[in-house]
Every structure is written in C-alpha cells, then in structure tokens.
Design a protein around this ligand. Structure first.
Ligand code: ATP
Ligand code: MG
Length: 229
C-alpha cells in the first residue's frame, strides 16, 4: 500500500507507444530518491506528460518496469497508487460545486482542514473575499474563477490529499507575475519533503531542482544538476 511508502521511484528500460501511435517513450531508465525534486525538461512532444501518465498508470508501459519503493506499480491497486500521487496540471480539473467541495474532492475532511490547506495554498484570502466564501459555486469546470484562482484550488486539494509524490505539469503558466509569486510560494509548501516531478519546457524554470532530466523524442538525452547542463 502506498500509504506506507516514502516515494522512492525507479523506471527501468521503459518503452511505450500509444495505441495506434508511434513510440512515445523509448527505453527510459532513472531512479529518484525519496524527497528528491526532479525537473523534467524537453520540447513539446518529447514525452514528459506521457512519462507521468505511465507513473499514474493512465497507461501501462509496453516494456520495462516502474517501481515505487521496490514494488512494481502493476501490483499496487489503482486506488492506493493514485492516492499516493498529487497532480497539479496546466488546466486544473474543477467540477461544478462549491470551492469547499472542490478542495475536498471526495476526501473526508473537516472544515478546519480545508481552510488550513487553502491557507497554505495562498487561496484563503481570495476565497474569504468572495460573498459566499468557501460555499461559492465555482461554475462549470470552475469558469467563475480566474486561472490563477483555479490553480490555487488545485494546489489546496493536493496539500489536503497529502501524497508522497507530486507531479507539477507547467503549473504556473498563463498567470500574471503577482499571481505567479503566490502560486510559486504555495507550490514550495506543497512539495516540501515530497518526491516531486516538475515539468517544464525550459531549463531555467526548474533551476532549483535537485536534478534535471532532459527528454527528447521520448528518450533521456541528459541528466544532472542545473549547473552541469
Ligand atoms: P508538451 O510539452 O507539449 O506538454 P510533452 O513532452 O508532454 O509535450 P507528450 O504529451 O508526452 O509530450 O507527448 C509525447 C508524444 O506522444 C507526442 O508525439 C504526442 O503527439 C504523443 N501523444 C501524446 N498523447 C497522446 C495520445 N493520447 N494519443 C496518441 N499520441 C499521443
Ligand atoms: Mg505535456
């Protein structure tokens, strides 16, 4: 069960092609230590998101293995695998309902836990400024909130979930500078002491990563700390 893990990850000779597609991942191997922050960099279409989809088992690799704390992820139930991974993407998934429901996202959480997660995500202030506060209806897919607000709701959700592994897929695009600072702070709060993958197009975006993995055409072409690349 992932609840008992500490977030060590090993990809061994992983290859994958989408059904009816060309090979998207070719013989990828790397290990990640518990608590390490990995920057995953590469041009569009290089396979960054696909690699993370394999980790979450949205698809199964065709060859090779992915292990979390030595257990092949095929032998972990999808429920506990995904329960152990927090994902914050470019277009955060919000559903019709209140802010509170969107942060809790099916988890049994008390009101004070929800407020605490929102506060750590730099979201409590804008939420309490709304007329209905945490009871505010976000609209279809959250369209009554701004992109930066939706992003912080997604981060609050991930903080509340408290997983061992975090995946950030270009989590600060399309926001103004002030919002970017707020989001960046809350992301630091989120990834503290967790194994983290931070996906970016540019090396400079992930210069704080412990290690950077550079992908091209589905294969690793370079890896190391920022100053060595
Ligand atoms: P970006 O920086 O644009 O997000 P990426 O590095 O995340 O790019 P992927 O989305 O992993 O790239 O795509 C890798 C390859 O797999 C690309 O050639 C892409 O066209 C292909 N691909 C991605 N998703 C699918 C899919 N659902 N079905 C078929 N092919 C796909
Ligand atoms: Mg992508």
């Amino acid at each position: 069960d992932l609840d008992a893990t500490n977030g060590h990850i090993a990809f061994s000779n992983v290859s994958f092609a989408y059904p009816d597609g060309e090979e998207a991942i070719t013989n990828v191997s790397f290990t990640v230590s518990s608590g390490e922050m990995i920057g995953l960099v590469g041009p569009t279409g290089s396979g960054k998101s696909t690699l993370m989809k394999l980790l979450m088992r949205l698809y199964d690799a065709d060859e090779g293995s992915i292990r979390i704390d030595r257990t092949n992820i095929r032998n972990i139930s999808l429920h506990s695998l995904r329960g152990g991974i927090g994902y914050v993407g470019q277009e955060p998934f919000l559903f019709t309902g209140t802010i509170e429901e969107n942060i809790a996202y099916g988890m049994a959480a008390s009101e004070s836990e929800i407020i605490d997660a929102a506060t750590r995500a730099n979201a409590d202030e804008f939420i309490t400024d709304l007329e209905d506060g945490y009871e505010t209806e976000v609209g279809q897919r959250g369209d009554r909130l701004s992109g930066g607000q939706r992003q912080r709701i997604a981060i609050a959700r991930a903080i509340l979930k408290d997983p061992e592994i975090i995946i950030l897929d270009e989590a600060t695009s399309h926001v103004d500078n002030e919002t970017e600072v707020l989001i960046q702070q809350s992301l630091e709060e989120l990834i503290e002491d967790r194994t983290t993958f931070s996906i970016a197009h540019r090396l400079s975006t992930v210069r704080n990563a412990d290690r950077i993995i550079v992908l091209e055409d589905g294969a690793i072409v370079e890896q190391g700390p920022h100053h060595e690349l």
